[in-house]
Design a binder for this molecule. Structure first.
Ligand code: GLY
Length: 369
């Protein structure tokens, strides 16, 4: 089996070696494919939350191949992202995704000092979103002052890293308070998680749940389940509090019970049975989170579940050759809003597929640590 993963990775690297040149010539941060070519995000220019996945992918491939072309391409986009520090008002809690996989990866893999400084800058921006009533504010609209979202559990990795690198516990302390609030307010009895919870920005008390990118209020948006699974596993890795491990395993049990026979992942685990709506990004993220859990617990069944997901993706939805710019098909950004992509190739799907394969081959550079 591992040979199969190595072979897939080598084909992916060969493909990106060509299609990344086209992205570089176009001067864009690739977001998704359109007619087989990379295009930039339709929203928020280079401040859109997904900008870090392209450099993250390039760093993974540089780790795999040693080819410095991938380092240069990662740094081209890192520069575009650090220029966005000036667009402060457009940045939100997703500075974790944006800067951990760009500057953070650069600093980790090359020791570049400016990249380390930029990573700390981003961590300070994330800290600045902390509401002392107990949560990190997700977005910037004035009517969303009290919104917190499950995705933020992944962004916290930037804070663990900043505390470790500076010796200053404040970053980790904020991550802990936000994680405890997420545990209390998002995790449901059946092991599923809510996407968006509005909290009173003065008291921190729950106001209500909002529908997010899933099928409807109270359902199970699969990517949110995957963010929760991986995010709580990372919280346990960095903060060693057993309740985070219990949460990650509870979410993982629910997620794995919903993996389809073919190994693919529905966009929402509660979507109507007669509606075919996949989100393969969710499966790729979960394959990474499950491997993190396997490493933390030594429990083989988590790794087997990750392999079922990766095998499903490789067998049914991975375009490893051909002329199309990307790899993973049938990625869906949001159940009801097709603007950011429905059943198409989106770069963060490719990022997490590659991270999952790198983990399976024992080559993962652990960019979230
Ligand atoms: N973090 C936003 C999303 O997963 O679409």
């Amino acid at each position: 089996m591992p040979d199969r993963y190595e072979e897939a990775l080598n084909r992916i690297a060969g493909k990106f070696r060509k299609t990344a040149e086209a992205a570089s010539e176009a001067g864009i941060i690739p977001y998704k494919s359109d007619a087989g070519k990379w295009i930039a995000s339709p929203y928020d220019g280079n401040s859109w939350w997904t900008g870090g996945f392209w450099p993250g992918l390039m760093w993974q491939l540089r780790q795999l191949t040693g080819d410095e072309f991938f380092r240069e391409e990662a740094r081209r986009v890192e520069k575009l992202l650090t220029d966005e520090f000036r667009s402060f008002r457009r940045l939100n809690h997703d500075v974790g995704f944006m800067y951990l996989l760009s500057c953070g990866a650069d600093a980790k893999l090359t020791g570049d000092e400016q990249a380390e400084t930029d990573t700390l800058h981003a961590a300070s921006l994330l800290m600045g979103r902390f509401n002392p009533s107990g949560f990190i504010r997700a977005w910037n609209e004035p009517e969303r002052t009290g919104y917190a979202i499950i995705d933020c559990m992944m962004n916290l990795a930037l804070l663990y890293r900043a505390s470790r690198d500076t010796g200053d516990p404040r970053f980790r302390q904020v991550a802990k308070i936000h994680s405890d609030t997420t545990l209390r307010e998002f995790l449901r009895a059946d092991g599923s998680v809510s996407h968006i919870i509005e909290l009173d920005p003065e008291s921190g008390k729950r106001v209500r749940e909002h529908p997010g990118q899933g099928y409807a209020l109270g359902t199970q948006w699969s990517r949110g389940q995957a963010w929760g699974l991986y995010g709580f596993a990372l919280a346990y890795r960095h903060m060693q509090d057993e309740k985070y491990l219990e949460a990650a395993e509870k979410i993982a049990r629910n997620f794995t019970a919903h993996i389809r026979e073919d190994g693919l992942t529905d966009c929402d685990f509660c979507q109507p049975a007669d509606e075919e709506r996949l989100d393969n990004i969710a499966g790729a993220i979960a394959a990474c989170g499950l491997q993190e859990l396997a490493a933390l617990t030594g429990e083989a069944s988590w790794k087997q579940a990750a392999e079922k997901l990766v095998t499903g993706l490789l067998e049914h939805c991975a375009d490893l050759g051909g002329e199309h710019c990307g790899i993973l098909t049938h990625c869906t950004a949001s159940y009801h809003d097709d603007g950011a992509g429905r059943h198409t190739n989106i770069t963060y799907g490719d990022y997490f597929l590659v991270e999952a394969l790198m983990k399976l081959c024992g080559r993962d550079p652990a960019l979230w640590s």
